[in-house]
Structure formats: structure tokens, C-alpha cells
Design a protein around this ligand. Structure first.
Ligand code: CU
Length: 455
């Protein structure tokens, strides 16, 4: 009992607002902690085992463990879960211990770990430790290195972590369906010397994509390329927590990609350098400054920078990945004179509204009726108005007065006087223009995806 109670205490400290649920028939297994909030849970110091500097899983949490005869024991439970992508949209997923992505597993270089995996899914599964060198039989490839974990059964994986680095775990059975429903989580092996690669703040998240039809709640698992939800730890803007830091902090962000395409992750403000991949740390002499790092499919990049005060956007630079569910057959209407068209349609449909002839930003301010369980395509509000983003977008919020260990949203940034772009009310000098051979067409030809042309 005392053993169990101390584990409970550790679990409670790790997962604020979480409940550790005792599971019948699992008496010899570590408690399978669960977590229900989609907020970032700041990590406590490790309750036992060797010391390390914990990572902050964006909109996530870390899995508690117990020590048994020097072995660090974790318990993952694979099960269906419901994940809120952002307020107003919930999605049926498969995950671990009540959440998708699953909780982050954190251990130390040299640790012996024993990971129990209980399968509460309706089909078999197997778990692979991406980028971690383990004995071949622990590698988690169903059929190749182990039998599948049957429904209702628990398997155990046991190995020694040979080197520090940034990794993830994910299903390696029926991936087409299980990955498409969210069967993955972060895995960090901390250096045995806590001063090696030490940073003040260490964030981690995984990129994923889903196809959830507006109004639906379950992703279409057969989608191959045309996804409409682009997520960080299965959240979309404005549901993604800000990455909070103090001015001057050394900050690391670890980003893994389990989507079907690459994501150029771009951060405004200070430049950064890639200091690690899922293969290990990058030697100093091999780093160069960047403001965007392209993260390929199945890759992870850890990058570091010195925090500068301000609000700095961080986002995927593929513009369709900073939007929520949108149709793909929307014609481009910029420059199209819809006046005559609108007059004709209004005779048939009195409420017809002309949209998008001056761009689409107007839509960010419109309250459009949406199907249930659907987010606006472009949304979110900042101190100066609509941000008009969605998907893979958040803000690195750096302030002078953030306390160590504090990850709460610090609110508005107070710009020093005279440092905000503003309307110019003086005389406007004549702009230099490129010599144009062809005058801008008043009516652009619009080529639609189906090949038809129209005005
Ligand atoms: Cu992207």
C-alpha cells in the first residue's frame, strides 16, 4: 500500500488535474495514469531515479513511472479517446492513457526501462520506439520482431537507453488506420549529465494531420493527401498553448513529424540553430543559423535560440497548414468583379453575399454559420484584432518577468513606446514602380481545380 501511495503521489504531482485510475487485474502493473485536460501541464522535478531537466509537452503531459529494483517502469494503455482540437471541435481518436498524443515518456541515458503496453483497442497493436536503438526484438514491428499485442492483453518492452536524444513512439500495426487516428507520443532520453545541452526551457510537440469532414467527429482514415486539419500535439490554433519564456532564456523546441508531408516550421524574431535530430545531437561545428527548418516525414528537429522579448509567431510556412477545415474547390475570387453576377444571383437567392473579391481577410471578422463541431477556417484574436489563422500556428511569448517554471499565458505584450507599426499621416512619397509591359487585367481568368475556366 505504501508503495502504491507513493506512486500515486508521484502521479498526482506529474499530471495536475489528472486522476490515476486503478485498473482491475493490473495489480502487478504500475498504475496507468490518465490525463483529461488538453492544456500544457508544466513538468515537476523527477520524483525518483536520476535527475534531469524535464521537457514541456505542448498541450500535453509526461507519463509517471515507478522504480522497481533500479528499473524505471511505465504503463501505457492504448485506448479510444476524444481529443478537443480547439474549443468548439472534438475528435474521436485512438491514443494512450486518455489522451492523443499519448503522454511523453522521459528517461535518462543509461536508464533501464520496462514499458508495459496494455491494448484496450478493438484490434491488435504494437509499439515502436522511433530512433531509439533497442534489441531487435523490442523494436515493435508487428509480425517482423514480435507477435501483435492482442485485444485485452498486456505486453512488456524492456531495454537500456544507450544515448540521449529526442524521439517518439508510435503504433507499428495497421498504421494506415492507427496512425491516422493518433497512436503516437513523444519520447525523450535526457543526457546523464544534466548540464550537457542544458537549456532553460525545453518544449516538445508532434506534427500530425487529419481529415475530419466539417460536421463530423471521426477522421477519415483512408485519406492519403488531402488533409484538412493540421495539428501540433493534436491541437490547432487558437487551441495551441503559447510557448512562454523569459527574456534571455535559452529555449529548445523539439518537433517531430508524423504527417504525410514536410512542414517548414518558421519562427519570427531571433534566429535559431538545429541542435538535434531523432538520430542524435548535432555537433556545434555542423550547425548554421536558420529561421525556418523543414521537417520531413518521420523526422524530428530540435532547435535552440536565445529568447528576445515580444510576441513571435511560430508556424508552418505552408499557408494551407495555418488554416482549419477548408474546401479545396473554392475558386480564387481576387480581382473578380462579382457585381453583375451578384445582381443576377440575388434575383434567385435574396441573401446571396459576395465574398472574397478583395481577398479573404474579411472572412476572419464574419460570423459565418458553421456545421456543428467545426472550427472557422481562419480565426483567433490578438491585441490588434483578428489573427486569421488556424492549424499549425502558435506564439512564442517572451517577457522580462516570467518566473522559472511558469508557463502560463503572460497576456498582452507591452511594446516599448514608438516600436509598433502605425498609420502614416504625413505626405506619402511617390513609390518607385516596376515598368509593366501588360496592364493588370480587370477581370482575372480563374482556373478552377476541375480545369474549367470562368470569370
Ligand atoms: Cu505544414
Amino acid at each position: 500500500m505504501s508503495n502504491r501511495r507513493s506512486f500515486f503521489r508521484a502521479a498526482g504531482a506529474v499530471a495536475l488535474g489528472a486522476t490515476a485510475v486503478s485498473r482491475a487485474g493490473a495489480a502487478s502493473l504500475p498504475e496507468a495514469a490518465v490525463q483529461s485536460t488538453a492544456s500544457t501541464v508544466p513538468p515537476p522535478p523527477p520524483p525518483n531515479g536520476r535527475p534531469f531537466n524535464p521537457v514541456v509537452t505542448l498541450n500535453g503531459w509526461s507519463l509517471p513511472w515507478r522504480m522497481r529494483n533500479g528499473v524505471k517502469e511505465f504503463h501505457l494503455v492504448c485506448e479510444p479517446v476524444v481529443r478537443e482540437f480547439a474549443p468548439g471541435m472534438k475528435v474521436n481518436m485512438w491514443g494512450f492513457n486518455g489522451s492523443s498524443p499519448g503522454p511523453t515518456i522521459e528517461a535518462v541515458e543509461g536508464d533501464r526501462v520496462r514499458i508495459f503496453v496494455t491494448n484496450k483497442l478493438p484490434e491488435p497493436t504494437a509499439i515502436h520506439w522511433h530512433g531509439v536503438l533497442v534489441p531487435s526484438g523490442m523494436d515493435g514491428v508487428s509480425g517482423l520482431t514480435q507477435p501483435p499485442i492482442p485485444v485485452g492483453k498486456t505486453f512488456v518492452y524492456e531495454f537500456t537507453l544507450l544515448r540521449s536524444g529526442s524521439h517518439f513512439y508510435h503504433t507499428h500495426l495497421d498504421e494506415q488506420l492507427q496512425l491516422a487516428l493518433g497512436m503516437y507520443g513523444c519520447l525523450v532520453v535526457h543526457p546523464k549529465d544534466p548540464d550537457f545541452m542544458k537549456v532553460d526551457r525545453d518544449f516538445m510537440f508532434m506534427l500530425a494531420s487529419y481529415d475530419v469532414e466539417p460536421g463530423a467527429m471521426t477522421p477519415k482514415v483512408s485519406t492519403m493527401t488531402e488533409f484538412n486539419m493540421w495539428t501540433w500535439n493534436n491541437r490547432v490554433f487558437p487551441g495551441i498553448d503559447p510557448l512562454v519564456a523569459r527574456t534571455g532564456d535559452r529555449v529548445r523546441i523539439r518537433v517531430g513529424n508524423l504527417t504525410m508531408t514536410n512542414h517548414p516550421i518558421h519562427m519570427h524574431g531571433p534566429s535559431f540553430e538545429v541542435t538535434g535530430t531523432d538520430g542524435g545531437w548535432v555537433p556545434k561545428a555542423a550547425r548554421w543559423p536558420e529561421v525556418t527548418t523543414d521537417i520531413g516525414v518521420g523526422q524530428l528537429r530540435a532547435f535552440e535560440f536565445d529568447a528576445v522579448a515580444g510576441d513571435w509567431a511560430i508556424h508552418c510556412h505552408k499557408s494551407h497548414h495555418t488554416m482549419n477545415a477548408m474546401g479545396h474547390d473554392v475558386p480564387t475570387m481576387v480581382g473578380v468583379d462579382q457585381k453583375n453576377l451578384a445582381e443576377r444571383i440575388t434575383k434567385l437567392v435574396p441573401d446571396y453575399m459576395v465574398m472574397g473579391d478583395k481577398g479573404m481577410h474579411d472572412m476572419a471578422e464574419m460570423e459565418m454559420p458553421l456545421p456543428d463541431n467545426t472550427l472557422p477556417m481562419m480565426t483567433g484574436t490578438g491585441p490588434f484584432g483578428p489573427v486569421a489563422m488556424g492549424g499549425m500556428f502558435s506564439v512564442v511569448k517572451v517577457r522580462d518577468n516570467v518566473r522559472p517554471g511558469d508557463y502560463k499565458d503572460p497576456g498582452k505584450y507591452r511594446h516599448p513606446p514608438g516600436t509598433v507599426a502605425h498609420e502614416w499621416r504625413g505626405e506619402v512619397p511617390n513609390p518607385t514602380r516596376a515598368k509593366v509591359d501588360t496592364p493588370a487585367a480587370s477581370n482575372l481568368q480563374v482556373r478552377r481545380p476541375d480545369g474549367h475556366e470562368g470569370h
